[in-house]
Design a binder for this molecule. Structure first.
Ligand code: ADP
Ligand code: MG
Length: 681
């Protein structure tokens, strides 16, 4: 097979028409190379030949048997049957809707054959109904190979998939390895061709610790890191430095009702240094929930405005953006700074005026939602783009964003999702990183308690006391992943129950509410019209509810530690002490007890994220999905930690060669070529 052939569309293969390619596409198999990356797994292990007397019912297994008797009943609806045996017992092979001729052909009397399929038990006898494979001994190797993962996907059965994949797997092109032999050996990897051969052809599926698998992991990481580094160079170009005296920001700081924390000061300095340098800023500020990122944002904004540029400040939701807008108006009230707000809801005529003022430079600061970045919005002199709580920005989007602002635009992201160290480079390798590590001194520690759900009734008096003291309460219902209907009904039930105890004082937010209705309920809570907010979905990140000081989390074991910590961070932002109650279904597992202990003893989101990763493993952390961390197909930051470091080093040493031919195969293989070669850089 020619090297470049594997980058063609899947339809180039024999037997792949439009219908099948549609199904394959659903499984992210679009190009021929995707078949190479679609590794077999060992769950369906047909490789072991079992004896009849040791078969396990319900499992897919392979047997080697001798054909003893064929029966073709002439009565309608009765299946054709083949009786087979080995030295340990007998088995019926049962066929519905089959042709006699076919059966006679594949089941020659008194010959040994190999059969593979799901084993059942009927009339005191083992049986296999419509087996997946039947073959004579000469061909048994074909059956006992390990089997591609996609055997159960709708529209593609194992046999079909195999007929396609065989065309590729047996023909994987020989490439000149981009890694040197010495490097490969030293780091316990394997050369590319051998790895791919092993991964697809060895009888036993290769574990994720095997040299072959590790090689693929290393490649995947390199492709990813190369891309990030390229993006970094793309963005961190020369710009005009910004000049400011910090007069305004110092006045703002003097008038704050609190002292900035040391971390806040450090981060503000890092940002100011970037602003006044001649390289564009491309920085992310990481700070735990409630660590005070908003004020850091606003202080940087004031410096940029002072230096004569406009700023754009985006929040992920209408409510949060509006909260920022209100705060900005308050904080900048002493100065002659014009601030506007825009969202999808902004009326047409207001919009026109807002856009006009932006274009003629009257507006200094535009705050809003995604609407901020619509095509028609033009700034006169945009110098700073700031994005709050945005985890879903891919590399490409980040790059586009920086481009939109023009050459003199600095970019700053804020994130409250603490990320384990191994993941930082793979996610934000193209950015500089600032961390707010300490919390405001006045923050009360949140008391974390756990309770079995059976004792839920013990909560009512506690809640009543909170309400009497004019506190507010979050009640988080378990998220049922499979079904939004079930989700709704369980949340609704809980709402009804709580509403009975505290009539007209409860609001409900669930997944099927639309944005507007959701915001209505949130606003009611924000304005203290209701005391309790029941929700299924995770409550909006970032919104400041200073009055909420109790959060109840049901089925707490369904959440990752980091998620629990984030949820817990919804409360305890005000002056009053706060409580987080974790409800559990039944007896706690050892693991659950460990997890609660970690939460009780620490309120450091970064530490908790690391522990979470260790306890649950990468594959299991749903909270990270949204952050794009699950982009990896093969790499796992827990299992392959050493390779993360190795790839990071390798890429740093070799990134100047990224455009060399030898890397183009690698980049194409992992769909990075397009990102690397953006037009008009
Ligand atoms: P986050 O980092 O989660 O975005 P916010 O910026 O919303 O946190 O800040 C949470 C609350 O803490 C706000 O009410 C804010 O006014 C307050 N705050 C910020 N910095 C400090 C500080 N240094 N000391 C005391 N309170 C602070
Ligand atoms: Mg925030």
């Amino acid at each position: 097979m020619k090297k470049d052939f594997i980058f063609s569309e899947i339809t180039k293969l024999k037997g792949v028409g439009p219908q099948l390619s549609k199904y394959l596409k659903k499984k992210k198999i679009e190009k021929i190379k995707d078949i190479i990356l679609n590794l077999p797994y060992s769950d369906t292990d047909r490789s072991k030949i079992s004896k009849i007397n040791e078969l396990e019912i319900g499992k897919i297994q392979t047997i080697k048997v001798i054909v003893k008797k064929l029966s073709f009943p002439r009565i309608r609806n009765l299946p054709n049957k083949v009786l087979c045996e080995d030295e340990t017992g007998k088995i019926d092979i049962v066929y519905f809707n089959s042709r006699e001729g076919y059966i006679k052909k594949v089941y020659p009397m008194n010959k040994w054959i190999v059969i593979s399929g799901k084993v059942s038990y009927f009339n005191k006898k083992y049986q296999i109904t419509n087996p997946d494979y039947v073959t004579n001994l000469d061909n048994q190797d074909y059956v006992v190979k390990n089997i591609p993962k996609y055997n159960l996907t709708k529209g593609i059965n194992e046999k079909k998939y195999r007929s396609i994949s065989e065309q590729v797997i047996t023909n994987i092109p020989n490439i000149d390895d981009w890694l040197e032999e010495k490097f490969i050996e030293k780091n316990n990897l394997l050369n590319w061709n051998k790895s791919l051969y092993n991964l697809h052809n060895l009888k036993k599926a290769q574990s994720n610790l095997s040299k072959s698998y590790r090689r693929l992991v290393f490649d995947e990481l390199c492709a990813n890191f190369f891309t990030l580094l390229k993006n970094r160079h793309r963005i961190k170009k020369n710009k005009l430095p910004k000049y400011f005296s910090r007069t305004k920001s110092n006045i703002i700081i003097d008038n704050l009702p609190f002292q900035l924390t040391d971390s806040q000061k450090i981060v503000i300095n890092e940002i100011n240094k970037d602003l006044s340098s001649n390289k564009r800023m491309f920085r992310i500020v990481q700070g735990d929930v409630g660590s005070g990122k908003t004020i850091v944002s606003l202080l940087s904004i004031s410096n940029v405005i002072e230096s004569g540029y406009q700023c754009a400040f985006m929040g992920p939701t209408e409510i949060l953006a509006r909260q920022h807008y209100e705060l900005a108006k308050k904080i900048f009230s002493k100065f002659d700074i014009k601030i506007d707000f825009i969202s999808g809801k902004t009326e047409m005529k207001d919009r026109k005026e807002i856009l006009r003022n932006l274009e003629n430079g009257k507006t200094d600061l535009l705050i809003g939602t995604h609407a901020l970045f619509q095509k028609k919005i033009n700034f006169k002199k945009l110098g700073f783009v700031l994005i709050d709580e945005q985890h879903k920005f891919g590399v490409r989007q980040r790059s586009d964003l920086a481009k939109k602002g023009g050459n003199n635009c600095d970019v700053l992201l804020m994130s409250a999702t603490p990320i384990p160290r191994t993941m930082m480079m793979s996610l934000y390798g193209d950015m500089d990183i600032s961390k707010i590590t300490d919390k405001p001194a006045n923050r009360k520690k949140i008391t974390t308690l756990s309770k079995p759900e059976k004792k839920i009734s013990e909560l009512w008096s506690f809640i009543k006391k909170q309400i009497d003291n004019e506190n507010q309460i979050f009640w988080v219902c378990p998220l049922i992943e499979e079904s939004s209907i079930l989700n709704y009904s369980s949340a609704k039930k809980k709402f009804d129950l709580i509403n009975k105890k505290f009539p007209n004082n409860v609001g409900l937010i669930h997944g099927s509410l639309d944005k507007i209705d959701k915001e209505k309920v949130l606003n009611k809570f924000l304005n203290k019209e209701i005391s309790i907010l029941v929700s299924t979905t995770v409550i909006e990140v970032g919104i400041d509810f200073p009055n909420a000081n109790l959060i109840v989390i049901e089925n707490a074991n369904k959440f990752g530690l980091s998620q629990l910590h984030q949820l817990r961070g919804r409360v305890g932002r005000g002056e009053k002490p706060a409580t987080c109650i974790l409800l559990f279904k039944e007896g706690l597992s050892k693991n659950a007890i460990k997890r609660i202990k970690i939460l009780k003893n620490s309120d450091d989101g970064f530490y908790i994220a690391e522990e979470d990763l260790k306890l649950r493993g990468f594959g299991d952390i749903t909270g990270y999905q949204q952050s794009g961390m699950k982009n990896f197909r093969f790499a796992d930051p827990v299992i392959h930690e050493d390779l993360f470091k190795l790839a990071e080093n390798y890429v740093q040493k070799n990134h100047l060669d990224i455009n060399q031919n030898k890397f183009s195969f690698l980049l194409k293989l992992f769909d990075k070529a397009e990102v690397i070669n953006f037009k008009n850089d």
